[in-house]
Ligand binder design. Sequence first.
Ligand code: SAH
Ligand code: SF4
Length: 352
Amino acid sequence: MTIQLIYDLDLAALSSILAEWGEPAYRARQIWQGLYQHLWASPDEFPMLPKALRQKTADTFSFAHLRPVTVLESSDGETRKTLFQLPDQQLIEAVLMRYEKRRTLCISTQAGCAMGCVFCATGQMGFRRHLSSGEIVEQVLYYARLLKAQNETVTNVVIMGMGEPFHNYEATLAAIDRLNDAEGLNFGERRITLSTVGLPPMIRRFANEKRQVNLAISLHAAEDVLRSSLLPVNKKYPLDEVFRACLDYVEKTHRRISFEWALIQNVNDTAEQARLLAARLQQFQRGGSMLCHVNVIPLNPTQKYDGQAATRQRAEAFRAILEQAKIPCSIRLRRGIDIRAGCGQLAGQPPI
Ligand code: SAH
Ligand code: SF4
């Protein structure tokens, strides 16, 4: 049996366990601060705890569910990917990207994914299981400790690793709360971006929470036939429904939405798709500003999908059409391609 992961608890739950043990209230806070402010990774590191309590904590809780099994650094040293094994042997990945002063961490919310997007290595694996909130949080702690040893910190978190965060809604939101806790890591929601395949009921639920987290929607196509061929979930939730939910989100939160577009040569990189997308996104204009942004990223080729990355030239042409229509658009670099830093590309495929 696996013992409970300590990062699965919020401060209230930890406090009630310590109260049951007859410990004074401040002990829970000490442990909390040790975990999330000092980034201590084992009970031995808590100097202020009496030995017996340290022992009891060690016997009751696990301080590590993630066992790093493979670490890959890109040739430029700027991207580092870790494959972790969980106690039940499932594999997940987290990727650290260094770019100027940013230290951006891409984390997973599930082992595998049930959405089956055809070009995605995680989708090709199928669904294995949801991660617990603590397993999501531990990915951040792991890298925060690593960076701390180099006098650095994680500056941004993107929930764009393996899995569909809105299919594991409660655990993902609980993990965000834990990262955000003022007495803990105090990691601001504005520095977190959550990417979803676009599940309208969950987009609406998220809008009602009025969070500061940045929302990204994986679009990849601007009409239903093409989108359904790439993202099977589009058959259940076609584009009109996705956009209606996105517009509700913008109305409720006044926050800008990012739309993700993996550019695939001769599939979704056409002028026609760009024009259809621009037409749809006109609805996001509010009082002179466009509350949306398009992130174009050339496809990371995967084993089980034939599509190729669009050329730089095609990507520029795609962007030009959007910009002509006053839709902000960036072309993102494919980072860490030599270490398969794309979503699920390490866990789902044989070793390089
Ligand atoms: N499930 C969520 C978050 C994880 S995927 C989602 O789909 O949004 C993060 C992003 O990577 C998504 O935009 C996804 O479409 C994109 N992606 C997946 N496989 C890719 C690939 N092979 N090349 C480029 N982008 C990919
Ligand atoms: Fe799942 Fe996102 Fe991959 Fe689609 S792109 S299969 S939703 S992880």
